[in-house]
Write a new protein. Structure first.
Length: 191
């Protein structure tokens, strides 16, 4: 094994932590067993692909950026919004650079470029990936609300306000009008 594979293996283990790290904002809202960062990123990637397709961008690129948008949380954790008033985390690009320091250059460049594009909002795909992050949060909040959690409206409101794409705004409005399991009823009824 060369140093490159050792660094890559370490990075894969590090990113695997995201399956265990819970989204702390939901803990603050009273959700006892909230989604993990990885679960959030999975659905955000799907939403990013959908938004990019609707907005005339490259769905694969948008989904790719969404997969990496929170990987820095292995090092800085998921700081809830109230904590961000008091704690200033290193910029995501800086954290990513540290994460990929011991990784082969082509892979390191791929990850750094995806994070930089996402953070800079330098493409339609990056804008869609950022909207996907917010739309995923809104959808998750609606699901938690239907499960009886009462302290999620602030997440819904802030996510809705942060959306910038026309497609993201339309999907958010529909998600707010639609029950989270209405799709099951339509399938069972043959609609």
């Amino acid at each position: 094994m060369t140093g490159d594979e050792t660094g890559l293996a370490g990075l894969l283990y590090e990113f695997g932590l995201l399956k265990r790290y819970k989204r702390t904002g939901w803990l603050v809202a009273g959700v006892r067993d909230p989604e993990s960062v990885a679960e959030h990123s999975f659905r955000a990637a799907i939403i990013a692909a959908v938004l990019a397709k609707l907005e005339g961008g490259d769905p694969e690129r948008a989904a790719f950026m969404a997969l990496f948008h929170d990987t820095q949380e292995t090092r800085i954790t998921d700081i809830p919004y109230i904590g961000k008033r008091y704690v200033k985390a290193a910029p995501n690009e800086e954290v990513t650079a540290d994460q990929v320091r011991d990784v082969t250059a082509p892979v390191a460049d791929m990850v750094r470029d995806a994070v930089a594009e996402y953070e800079d909002r330098s493409s339609v795909e990056a804008v869609c990936a950022r909207d996907a992050d917010k739309l995923e949060c809104l959808i998750q909040a609606v699901e938690y609300r239907e499960q009886g959690h009462q302290n999620v409206q602030g997440c819904i409101d802030s996510s809705l306000a942060a959306l910038t794409t026309p497609s993201g705004k339309r999907l958010a409005e529909e998600a707010l009008r639609t029950g989270t399991l209405e799709w099951v009823t339509r399938v069972l009824n043959g609609d």
